[in-house]
Write a protein that binds this ligand. Structure first.
Ligand code: SAM
Ligand code: SF4
Length: 330
């Protein structure tokens, strides 16, 4: 295992990078995108080769875990080539977050290309509700995608559910039963105030992790475990199941003190914190120094000084960050 060379002013070691590979998506989830979105022009988007250079440079600096995200990573053309390339870097963990819609055909090639883990977003098991939340998504495709991922041999599949009060909070028990039946982990996420949205009032729709736990406890014993992925999720287990139940609670728990991650947007902006605007333009460096990665390496090392101590999300529904989640790489 290589020692990370990326440490910030607060002594936190960064060894996890989330790379957004596209801002585009085949869904328009109400908490993530506006119905009408303008996507980036092609020349502003990193090429797959540039994304691979960024990934490789982070790995040379001790990164052990990479997650590909978006937008929807599986709508990026030739994504399998990038997965195959990063798959050769010897990472401890190589994961992707996806909405699952392309998995019926892509799960097996992804697994063969070296991807190790999948997080699949699933906010509802009701086809109509699912269509309302995603605006353009079809539940049956995603359910087929989950099965395809299991059949392809992916271990450690995790479902991600953003819980909205009055939206899908009543489905928490069904989602838990589904995860238990499929033997996949599930993480419930509090909605974060990223990007301006019109469909619902975030202050009203926020459903805290405490509330989600008390819903689950009406049906199951749920015990905290000290398991830790080095990230924001806190994990719980049920005595009669092997699955882990995670909670990501940016409002009710501050997870900044153990933050080990940075993000790179598809425009090559290195974001030091999900909840702050601090960033460094890696695209300029990539394109200004096309032959060697020395400058890129130094820029990444220097950027650690910009990592803020913490974020400040409030729960009144105000937008605090103007980026949409599809731009950030959730
Ligand atoms: N398209 C892929 C997907 O949906 O899984 C990957 C990108 S998506 C931005 C990553 C994750 O962010 C998804 O699980 C999504 O539910 C979550 N997400 C998007 N907007 C969010 C918000 N405002 N608050 C909390 N989670 C959000
Ligand atoms: Fe697309 Fe994922 Fe955002 Fe939904 S959450 S609109 S699937 S990027």
């Amino acid at each position: 295992m290589s020692q990370s060379k990326l440490t910030d002013r607060f002594g936190r070691t960064v060894n996890y990078v989330r790379l957004s590979v596209t801002d585009r998506c085949d869904f328009r989830c109400v908490y993530c995108m506006a119905e009408e979105m303008t996507f980036l022009p092609r020349q502003q988007v990193l090429t797959l080769e540039e994304i691979a250079r960024v990934a490789k440079t982070f790995v040379s600096l001790g990164t052990e875990k990479i997650r590909l995200t978006g937008g929807e990573p599986l709508v990026r053309k030739d994504i399998l080539e990038l997965v195959r390339e990063i798959g050769t870097y010897g990472l401890r963990d190589f994961a992707m977050t996806t909405n699952g819609s392309q998995l019926p055909t892509m799960a097996e090639p992804l697994h063969k290309a070296g991807l190790k883990r999948l997080n699949i977003s699933l906010d509802s098991l009701d086809p109509e509700k699912f269509a309302n939340i995603t605006r353009t998504g079809k539940l049956s495709r995603v359910l087929d995608g989950i099965d395809a991922a299991k059949e392809a041999g992916f271990k450690g599949i995790k479902l991600n559910t953003v819980v909205m009060k009055g939206g899908n909070d009543h489905e928490v028990p069904d989602l838990i039963e589904f995860a238990r039946r499929k033997n996949v982990d599930i993480t419930f996420i509090e909605e974060m105030p990223l990007g301006e949205i019109s469909e619902h009032d975030r202050g009203q729709s926020l459903c805290s992790s405490d509330e989600v736990r008390s819903i689950i406890r009406r049906h199951h014993e749920l015990n905290p475990t000290p398991e830790d992925s080095g990230g924001p999720a806190r994990y719980y287990r049920m005595p009669d199941s092997t699955i882990k139940v995670g909670f990501i609670s940016p409002h009710s728990h501050n997870f900044c003190s153990t933050c080990n991650r940075v993000r790179v947007t598809v425009e090559g902006r290195l974001l030091l914190c999900l909840g702050n605007e601090h960033s460094v333009d890696l695209r300029r460096v990539l394109r200004g120094h096309p032959v060697t990665d020395d400058k890129l390496r130094q820029t990444i090392i220097d950027s650690m000084d910009l990592k803020p101590e913490r974020h400040h999300f409030s729960s009144n529904g105000d937008v605090q960050i103007l980026r949409f989640m599809n731009m950030t790489g959730g």
